[in-house]
Design a protein around this ligand. Structure first.
Ligand code: CDP
Ligand code: MG
Length: 132
């Protein structure tokens, strides 16, 4: 078993899609191990996205991620990181494969409904960010 972090982003919590995302994950074989709802401060959002420091989209991304509640959760499954990235689809929903979560519910490249860790190393850091 391995672990990864998913966050339901503000555009999805606002549209009452938390249960939809959890259902997609559970049907795909993921076990929800931890979950909470939080409203990120600007400082917390900047810290979480520190890897994107200097990118032109960072300020807008931080404004978006602090605009409403988010739901981080820890998911367990074999090959969790890679399988979740496949399940959520490409960053830009117009490029996301058919049947992926982002293709189905994301609004655009910024308001793309979910975050998913991109490596085992980053998953560990991101899980520690939200959960003890
Ligand atoms: O989330 P993912 O790992 O697929 O993409 P990323 O390249 O790590 O970017 C993090 C987040 O920044 C994305 O999920 C988008 O919400 C946002 N983003 C954006 O607003 N505009 C871009 N051109 C790229 C990313
Ligand atoms: Mg990323």
């Amino acid at each position: 078993m391995s672990r990864t972090l998913l966050i339901v982003k503000p555009d999805a919590t606002e549209r009452n899609l938390i249960g939809h995302v959890v259902g997609r994950l559970e049907r795909a074989g993921f076990k929800v191990a931890e979950m909470r709802m939080v409203r990120l401060s600007e400082g917390e959002a900047r810290k979480f996205y520190a890897v994107h420091e200097g990118k032109p989209f960072l300020d807008d991304l931080v404004a978006f991620m602090t605009s409403g509640p988010v739901v981080p959760m820890v998911l367990e499954k074999e090959n969790a990181v890679e399988d979740m990235r496949t399940l959520i689809g490409a960053t830009d929903p117009s490029n996301a494969a058919c049947g992926t979560v982002r293709q189905e519910i994301a609004r655009d490249i910024q308001c793309n409904s979910v975050h998913g860790s991109d490596s085992d190393e980053n998953a560990a850091v991101e899980i520690a960010f939200f959960f003890d």
